[in-house]
Design a protein around this ligand. Structure first.
Ligand SMILES: [Zn+2]
Length: 458
């Protein structure tokens, strides 16, 4: 036996939901991992290996691929989470960028680590942070020590904006992105993916979007962009729908992933389908902001049109909850609610959105999103000896409609155990929490930002 190989056997799971091509659910299943990859998955009786370094008992667990969160700002929000009142309106983003702008690199490291700890603890193993982290060079430490798989980049704008986003010349935007891609893409043993990240067509001109898409093609990386229905375009006076404009700018294609996309017209859905452009939907953000998710996000139509769709949660201070599992639930039930049809987005489709479909939306389906031989060992084990998991006959229905991240017991990424028996192995969680609470207080004082409680603290 080659002793260079580290082997982990996860054995005797109640169910392994593979999300493979046939969508097999293996009863009494086991998984063998060799280093970062899955080398066998099947019936426990068939998956045996004498020379294993670690055995993880999986009795009474349901195993799924790690969940994929395709839009999730993890930078500043955890320091001041929950401070904004419900009636803040348009001042919300202005305050967000003001607070974020004032963060030190070290503060951003700690808040990022807390966000990652939350995400991993509740079963999310891959995230896309859409360019809002300012000090990736420092935050790299959190990505490395936690072991999460992530996509990040530099947030770009070339138009004046109310959000304190740096206004780049085209040459600067291209140069800074190029150097970021060269430095980070494929680092952390391949767990860090660097992408091209213009903010939105409201603050990025069509010309720059065109140039950035060419750059992403040259580097063979993805690009992402926020799309809002009401957005005015940076460089155009004409009132054109965003996706129609993006097609004109050439900012569509198999390496483009658009976030939000509320209010898409049939014509826009056709463009997304014909150009193979992906969409990430963030229901938790929409519902908290009164956006009419089921009415305004055409999830069923996108799926019907074969558009690649994944799930995100947006930021910890606008949707507030970062749990991909709960976002998956909302995408399903809000679509049923709005259409009056409970058959819309069945549990099986909901789970696909959070796993294999999410991987496809990020172009990562050959590595993650299902439990198959040769794929990365990004694995979540749910503890079913809990009230919300009982009674257990259909693990997919139970996971989507009853359970959530509370039952996540053990999490692996790249074959490394990051959460073990509910405990993150990479951080002293209590110390981290106290640290970030202190950072939040300091940040608010420094910026003279406070939103008093509507009820008296006594
Ligand atoms: Zn966002």
């Amino acid at each position: 036996m080659d002793k260079q190989i580290n082997r982990i056997l996860i054995k005797d799971a109640a169910y392994v939901i593979t999300m493979d091509e046939k969508r097999r659910i293996i009863r009494d299943g086991s998984i063998l991992i060799e280093n970062d990859l899955i080398s066998a998955v099947g019936k426990a009786i068939d998956v045996t290996q004498s020379d294993v370094d670690t055995v993880i008992e999986a009795k009474d667990t349901v195993i799924t691929p790690g969940f994929i969160n395709g839009h999730c700002h993890i930078s500043y929000a955890h320091a001041t989470r929950g401070i904004f009142p419900d009636d803040l309106g348009d001042d919300y983003l202005v305050n967000v960028f003001r607070l974020q702008d004032s963060m030190t690199a070290e503060e951003e490291l700690w808040t990022s680590l807390l966000a990652i700890t939350e995400l991993l603890s509740y079963g999310t193993t891959t995230i896309m942070d859409p360019g809002s982290t300012k000090n990736v060079d420092v935050c790299l430490d959190a990505y490395e020590s936690s072991g999460i798989r992530m996509i990040t980049g530099v947030q770009l704008a070339d138009a004046e904006n109310p959000y304190r986003m740096k206004v780049y010349s085209h040459e600067q935007a291209l140069r800074v992105t190029e150097s970021f891609l060269s430095q980070y893409n494929g680092s952390l043993e391949g767990r860090l993916y660097a992408w091209v990240m213009p903010f939105s067509p409201e603050y990025v001109s069509g010309e720059l979007l065109r140039e950035l898409k060419v750059l992403s093609d040259q580097f063979n990386v993805g690009c992402t962009l926020h799309i809002n229905k009401a957005g005015r375009l940076a460089s155009d006076d004409i009132n054109e729908s965003p996706v129609i404009a993006l097609e004109r700018f050439g900012f569509v294609g198999s390496n483009v992933t658009l976030a939000h996309c509320l209010g898409l017209s049939d014509e826009e859905i056709d463009i997304l389908a014909s150009t193979n452009t992906a969409v990430i939907t963030c229901p938790t953000n929409v519902v908290k902001n009164g956006g009419g998710y089921g009415q305004n996000f055409p999830l069923a139509e996108l799926i019907e049109s074969k558009v690649r769709v994944g799930i995100g949660t947006d930021a910890g201070n606008n949707s507030n909850l970062l749990e991909t599992n709960r976002a998956m639930y909302l995408a399903a039930v809000l679509t049923k609610d709005a259409t009056g049809d409970p058959a819309q987005i069945p549990a099986e489709k909901a789970l696909e959105l959070a796993t294999i479909d999410g991987a496809k939306a990020l172009g990562l389906e050959s590595h993650i999103g299902s439990l198959e031989v040769g794929k990365k060992a990004d694995i979540v084990m749910y503890d079913t000896l809990r009230p919300e998991w009982q009674t257990l006959f259909n693990p997919v229905n139970t996971l989507v409609y009853n359970a959530d991240g509370r039952s996540v017991k053990t999490v692996l990424v790249d074959g490394r155990v990051l959460i073990e028996d509910y405990i993150p192995k990479f951080v002293d969680t209590e110390r981290l929490i106290r640290k970030v609470q202190g950072i939040g207080s300091t940040m608010m004082k420094r910026n003279n930002v406070s939103f008093p409680s509507k009820w008296p603290f006594v």
